[in-house]
Design a protein around this ligand. Structure first.
Ligand code: BYC
Length: 334
């Protein structure tokens, strides 16, 4: 049977006969694919994987900073940190909503996270023992997030690209607040400067690993790039990040903990040293400093929120019944 689909412009087409050709046309023209458009299953699966893992990262990413809200050194610092953590919750919601437009229920995505079937960013499995870590997360982790995510504003899937625009605006603010925390510490006492440097020492390499494995060990990159989901490879983005933070580190007065970091005149980029990819794979396999803490806390929060989900479902049912009754009354009256 012919399945006619109407695209966002209202143009109808036969999904069975013309779906793939139209999809390829959209990608070749660097146009957006929208939820109602026909798309290959593998494209849909790749998007659900990436977008839901990104959403999980935002939600789990609330924990290391959430831990510091009560201990932030002033009322102003608490207010700023609280706003930032709330922003991360918002990012999670935009991203879960974008993934839902691909036909995967939010409950299913939560279940994948809570049962360890879905990943979240490696970076959130590191501990945050000092206040300076709030600075390093903002400067380095949100800085890496910006490098990775600005190109995603041009991802081929419309709902994902649109969600990323707002997320990136907020991430820019986050990065500046982290930089400012470190700057204040670097302009402080010797002990504060030491705290800032020690924290940067711990976060530098894990932040570089956020971009994913080297290109020749990245199984998903080629296809995601062909589909205009990823615009740059993991290594290209990692290089951009290093080039961005070296001058910023100079302004801060911190030393980046990499003896191989040097300007390469020929390439016009900073060379950097090898990363410990065994550590990365250990963290992904659940053997990082905080994997079990993060998931246990997320499970508790999910269980504690059961009554909210139940109330929302009951309210939605009630609304549906009220709307149906209203429609019947309207039909009788007309
Ligand atoms: N951590 O073929 P590859 C934030 C996995 S939120 C864990 O290169 P792909 C923030 C990868 O998933 C930051 N896993 O994959 C929040 C794949 O495994 P699966 C999150 C990683 O998808 C709160 C396998 O390794 N950002 O910044 O082409 C507060 C092979 O990799 C990681 C996003 O999610 C990792 N670091 O590229 C503050 C951005 N790297 O799925 C800040 C959107 C790789 O096949 N995501 N893996 O089992 C992306 O851009 C891409 O998915 C990645 C990986 C660059 C992460």
């Amino acid at each position: 049977m012919t399945q006619v689909i109407h695209d966002v412009r209202g143009v109808g087409y036969d999904a069975d006969a013309d779906g793939l050709a139209r999809f390829e046309q959209l990608i070749a023209a660097d146009d957006k694919v929208e939820p109602a458009d026909w798309m290959p299953d593998a494209y849909r699966r790749t998007l659900v994987r990436q977008i839901s893992q990104h959403a999980h990262s935002e939600i789990i990413g609330m924990q290391p900073e959430g831990n510091w809200i009560t201990r932030a050194p002033s009322l102003q610092r608490k207010a700023i940190l609280m706003a930032k953590v709330q922003d991360e919750a918002g990012h999670g919601l935009y991203l879960y909503s974008a993934a839902q437009t691909l036909g995967t229920a939010r409950d299913e995505m939560y279940d994948q996270l809570l049962t360890g079937r879905a990943k979240y960013s490696s970076i959130f499995n590191y501990l945050t023992p000092t206040w300076a870590d709030m600075g390093s997360i903002g400067w380095l982790v949100d800085g890496a997030a910006i490098c990775n995510q600005v190109p995603l504003c041009r991802a081929s899937y419309g709902p994902y690209a649109r969600a990323m625009i707002r997320i990136c605006k907020e991430e820019s603010f986050h990065q500046r607040q982290g930089f400012e925390i470190l700057l204040a510490l670097m302009n402080g006492t010797d002990a504060q400067r030491e705290m800032a440097q020690e924290s940067v020492n711990r976060w530098y390499a894990p932040a570089l690993m956020m971009f994913g494995p080297p290109d020749d060990e990245s199984p998903n990159s080629a296809r995601s790039m062909a589909w205009n989901i990823k615009r740059f490879s993991n290594d290209e983005l990692r290089q951009r990040f290093v080039d961005m933070i070296v001058p910023q580190a100079e302004i801060l007065g911190v030393t980046l903990p990499d003896p191989d970091l040097r300007w390469n005149e020929e390439r016009g980029h900073w060379d950097y040293g090898d990363l410990d990819w065994d550590e990365f794979h250990d963290v992904l396999a659940g053997r990082g400093q905080a994997n079990s803490i993060r998931i246990a806390k997320r499970r508790r929060a999910h269980d504690d929120g059961a009554w909210v989900r139940e109330a929302a479902r009951a309210y939605a049912e009630k609304q549906k019944a009220t709307d149906a009754a209203g429609r019947v009354r309207q039909a009788v009256a007309s």
